[in-house]
Design a protein around this ligand. Structure first.
Ligand code: HEM
Length: 426
């Protein structure tokens, strides 16, 4: 389905997800993103307050510190031809999400973070293979396959990592007062806002919701969801934006000018109030996410008949695949130039209602959208201040000269998002 108005009705009405997500269950259990509605609803209520702007704004210092590390790493890539920027951005995104989840991390910890994410990507690989082979949908058959044993092995690595991190913070998490006092400081001392990790916030909010709070297993599930939902998505979104900037030098010049004018001194720490003023840069990020939504397809299950605005009735029991990429390139909404990169659309107010759904819509939309936009903006600003992006040379494109994409639950560009880096004159 790629008609925004029909999609809007489905997303606001049908909250259950497709049965195929049950294959994720052995890894993320009842974690909110794919959980059945009765499990998801209270978990969403617990998650939402952790994403309040006053907490998310505090994460900008984490984003900035890790963006600078990426910018330093790219120094040796200047003038070296095509460089796949995805690996750098995935590293940025995963270290940032681990630090925003667990608090400050050491170098040793970062090695463990990578082992954890590697285990997760291996699990996703087996889950994706299983989805494509209908005979493996039967649990009894899947359990006999070597893939099952490997999935268990990697799932144990994931659980061990999360458990160790939770146990390491046990003392802080057990002390309700400590978390409460930190909150007081948010209210009274605005100049030095304390940093609250997602782990602290989720534990605190789960205790507000229910006196006992989350069980260890529930907490682990929600932490896995955050780690997974908040890493590759950011890396893919940033990588596509960098490709677009490399291919549109005029747009890149305007973004750079805006950064210079609004942010000025590169030694001044980035703050939300400044990033929010980057209206053109934000439009560029949104236009990149419109053309290349990192999560291009989502699903819903209709548990009762659902009448769409077109008059068509989706019968109870029906599964719907929502084509986010299709909605965001639909010429009925975006005009004949829907496939063209034109960031001005997001400035002139030409965004059609229900036409831009990169973070989904309705009660199960993305809780991390503000986090995502700030994280992407921070790393882009930091890279663009130092480097001019140039298009990669000799990369394969489609017959009509479009980027070649591959679908791995998220969409990616097949050349690892290659661009070239040129140092800017100081
Ligand atoms: C560019 C980056 C991102 C994109 C494109 C994106 C997109 C999405 C989409 C399309 C959904 C809905 C999935 C569905 O309906 O099946 C979703 C859900 C979700 N996202 Fe994001 N996301 C991004 C970043 C993040 C970040 C940074 C976090 C957390 C730090 C996050 C946390 C979540 C969670 C927890 C859900 C499940 C919400 C629920 O079911 O109540 N996302 N995201």
């Amino acid at each position: 389905m790629s008609d925004g108005d029909q999609v809007n009705t489905v997303l606001r009405t049908a909250l259950e997800k497709h049965y195929i997500y049950k294959f994720m269950k052995p890894v993320i259990g009842n974690g909110s993103v794919f959980a059945p509605v009765h499990v998801w609803r209270p978990r969403r209520k617990i998650l939402i307050p952790s994403f309040a702007p006053r907490y998310v704004y505090n994460f900008i210092s984490v984003f900035e510190a890790h963006s600078k590390i990426v910018a330093d790493q790219l120094e040796s890539k200047v003038g070296r031809g095509n460089i796949g920027c995805f690996d750098y951005l995935v590293s940025y995104a995963l270290i940032s999400i681990c630090e925003t989840i667990f608090g400050e991390t050491s170098d040793t910890q970062r090695t463990l973070d990578r082992t954890f994410f590697n285990a997760f990507s291996q699990c996703l690989k087996y889950i994706a293979k299983r989805m494509k082979k209908p005979w493996l949908h039967v649990d009894a058959i899947y359990k006999l396959s070597p893939m099952y044993a490997m999935q268990i092995k990697y799932t144990n690595i994931i659980y061990q990592y999360i458990d160790n991190m939770i146990y390491a913070k046990q003392e802080l998490l057990a002390d309700n007062d400590a978390i409460g006092k930190a909150d007081e400081r948010v209210k009274t001392n605005k100049s030095q806002p304390p940093f609250h990790s997602f782990l602290e916030l989720v534990v605190k909010n789960s205790k507000k919701y229910n006196k006992k709070g989350y069980t260890h297993e529930e907490l682990r599930e929600e932490i896995i969801v955050l780690a997974v939902a908040g890493s590759d998505t950011i890396a893919v979104g940033t990588s596509f934006t960098m490709l677009m900037l490399a291919e549109h030098p005029d747009v890149q010049d305007k973004v750079y000018k805006e950064i210079q004018e609004i942010l000025g001194d590169p030694d001044k720490p980035l703050e939300a109030k400044d990033l929010i003023k980057l209206t053109y840069t934000t439009a560029v990020i949104k236009e990149s996410l419109r053309l290349y939504p990192p999560v291009p397809l989502i699903t819903r299950h209709c548990h009762k008949d659902l009448e769409l605005p077109s008059g068509l009735v989706l019968p109870a029991g029906c599964d719907v695949v929502i084509n986010i990429l299709g909605v965001q390139r639909n010429p009925d909404y975006w005009g004949e130039d829907a496939n063209e990169f034109k960031p001005e659309r997001f400035i002139s107010g030409d965004v059609p209602p229900n036409g831009f759904i990169v973070f989904s819509q309705g009660a199960r939309n993305c809780v991390g959208q503000q986090y995502a936009m700030l994280s992407i903006a921070t790393v882009l600003v930091t890279i663009l201040r130092r480097y001019r992006l140039k298009p990669a040379t000799n990369v394969r494109r489609t017959k009509d000269n479009q980027l070649r994409l591959t679908y791995q639950v998220l969409i990616k560009e097949v050349n690892n998002f290659a661009v070239q880096f040129q140092r800017r004159e100081q």
